[in-house]
Ligand binder design. Structure first.
Ligand SMILES: Nc1ncnc2c1ncn2[C@@H]1O[C@H](COP(=O)(O)OP(=O)(O)O)[C@@H](O)[C@H]1O
Ligand SMILES: [Mg+2]
Length: 300
């Protein structure tokens, strides 16, 4: 609903006007949750979550350094949830815990539980290879394999044993490229290298590659920061389309982007989840003083 309201207005100018009107009126209001209070404000859980993170702590350097502090947060079905906060607050670290990418970082340890559809992904019997297909990841810098456009998308389904015949592979490649909004632009040059595409096309190719292995959740870590505004707008539109089928978690340093694409927003600060709520509320009516300071540009 929130995305519709935002989309219905012409983009950022009006949104910023709305922010600043609200901000001005907030200056006069009685105090909110004070800066020093580190407890999460807002509704962190949802009914029937896709992913449930419970009391997650994450440490680097063999426990010397704590990057994420006791975070409990649900990811809903068919939602885009945005994670915002100043650089170094732990957004990427927390995101990576949802498909166990932190396992690949030496000296990184996590406590707590993360359930995907009710199953703790940190249980001993969980195989991370299929897990990372179920919970796919798109990175800041598009990273297509040095292979053809076709093979970039076909590779995952092949190694995960999702396809047996050339026909099935063709179908999955076409379907994934259609879902990623790239098919029309590449259907006549599928045999050309993926690295020859523009940055925005490469990012959509990476999204197609993620989709091809049948994910349930797509994690995106600043997926548009290397893209121009037009490529960014295409990806943002795509996210709204993709959430019909998937849950999407996006880390972004752009508050405009968070307000355009997400239904809920989580604000992080120094490893703590400070505030979580409907995106519109977080940006127009934040409850925690730190959230307000951040969205009004007082730090970050
Ligand atoms: N591989 C690593 N080893 C040690 N410390 C790390 C590593 N990755 C991140 N950190 C630290 O963890 C904290 C959170 O980092 P990060 O998750 O990248 O934040 P964000 O994505 O919000 O900018 C920072 O203090 C960062 O320096
Ligand atoms: Mg990061």
């Amino acid at each position: 609903m929130q995305a519709e309201i935002i989309n219905a207005m012409s983009p950022d100018a009006e949104l910023f006007q709305a922010y600043s009107n609200r901000t001005q009126s907030m200056e006069n209001r009685s105090m909110q949750v004070p800066r020093g209070d580190r407890r999460t404000v807002g509704q962190a859980t949802v009914e029937n979550p896709k992913v449930r993170c419970e009391n997650v702590d994450i440490f680097y350097d063999l426990g010397e350094k704590k990057a994420i502090n006791n975070i409990t947060l649900d990811i809903g079905q068919n939602e885009v949830i945005a994670m915002i906060g100043p650089s170094g607050c732990g957004k990427s670290t927390f995101l990576r815990s949802m498909n166990r990418m932190n396992d690949t970082i030496e000296g990184c340890r996590m406590d707590g539980k993360i359930f995907l559809e009710g199953k703790n992904i940190y249980d001993k019997d969980v195989d991370v290879v299929p897990l990372r297909a179920q919970v796919g990841m798109v990175f800041q810098k598009p990273n297509p394999f040095p292979k053809s456009i076709y093979d970039n998308v076909a590779y995952g389904p092949k190694i995960h044993g999702l396809v047996r015949t050339k026909n099935q592979t063709d179908e999955i490649v076409e379907h994934s490229l259609i879902r990623a909004g790239l098919w029309e632009e590449v259907k006549d040059r599928l045999d050309k290298p993926g690295t020859g595409l523009s940055g925005g096309q490469q990012q959509r190719l990476c999204i197609a590659r993620t989709i091809a292995v049948g994910p349930e959740v797509i994690l995106m870590d600043e997926p548009c920061s290397a893209l121009d505004p037009i490529a960014t707008a295409i990806i943002e539109d795509l996210m709204d389309e993709l959430r019909k089928e998937y849950s999407i978690v996006i880390v972004t340093h752009s508050m405009q982007q968070a307000s355009r694409v997400s239904q809920r927003t989580a604000f992080f600060h120094l490893g703590d989840l400070i505030e979580i709520g409907p995106t519109e509320q977080i940006f127009l009516n934040p409850i925690h003083q730190l959230t307000q300071d951040y969205i009004t540009g007082r730090f970050g």
